[in-house]
Design a protein around this ligand. Structure first.
Ligand code: GDP
Length: 205
């Protein structure tokens, strides 16, 4: 069985101090709120209710960590881009996510969910820019692709690839739907490659 299908909830961290120790390669999942991130994690894990989305802006934001058998970990980051988020909450998001990407030496790759109907929103671009210094590969999943026709799916895929290349934000891009299953096996295979290829950080660094 794929390690991703062995995902098991570990803990929720509201601050950097709560993060579990670095143990094995880690996959991070990000995306704006309501983009379909929880559904994607559940589809990849082959489970119905492993990951939950926190619907209410203003609630405590946490990174939810999952163990992937003994192959590594998965970190589900809080959604970005609530228009109405108060300044204090935005600052705590920055500290939590900033602390994560600056410090996590076991990071093996970052999955960024974007809505296939309107990818690369301002918030998506800001997040990718902000992620630029992180030394990990990225995979963009164009979510809810079942809402598009076949021709529209091909068009959004090509346009997103071209826009990312133009911005020198190199990423793999896949059309994805938790509902139809499109892209699920391909995405899981990519994540497994990341887990298998990530070298452990050198001790003492
Ligand atoms: P999150 O906030 O990013 O974790 O988003 P969720 O996974 O909770 O999904 C947000 C909404 O989008 C829910 O109403 C889901 O049913 C819906 N959704 C998620 N994935 C898909 C998909 O692949 N296709 C369609 N049509 N809807 C989806």
């Amino acid at each position: 069985m794929s390690p991703i299908q062995q995902a098991r909830f570990l803990l929720s961290a509201a601050t950097v101090q709560d993060f579990p120790s670095e143990a094995g390669p880690e996959l991070a999942f990000a995306g704006r709120s309501n983009v379909g991130k929880s559904s994607a994690i559940n589809a990849l894990a082959g489970r119905r209710r492993l990951a939950f989305s926190s619907k209410t802006p203003g609630r405590t934001q946490t990174i939810n960590f999952y163990a992937l058998g003994d192959a590594g970990r998965l970190a589900d980051l809080p959604g970005y881009g609530y228009a109405s988020v108060p300044q204090a909450l935005r600052a705590s998001w920055d500290a939590l996510i900033g602390g994560y990407f600056m410090g996590r030496r076991t990071l093996a790759g970052v999955v960024v969910l974007m809505d296939a109907r309107h990818p690369l929103t301002k918030n998506d671009r800001n997040f990718l820019e902000w992620l630029r210094p992180a030394p990990a590969p990225r995979l963009v999943l164009l979510s809810k692709a079942d809402k598009l026709s076949r021709a529209e799916r091909a068009k959004t895929l090509a346009a997103t690839r071209a826009a990312l290349d133009a911005a020198a934000l190199s990423s793999e891009v896949l059309v994805f739907s938790s509902n139809s299953g499109e892209g699920v096996d391909e995405a899981r295979a990519q994540l497994e490659r990341w887990l298998a290829n990530k070298k452990p950080p050198e001790k003492g660094n």
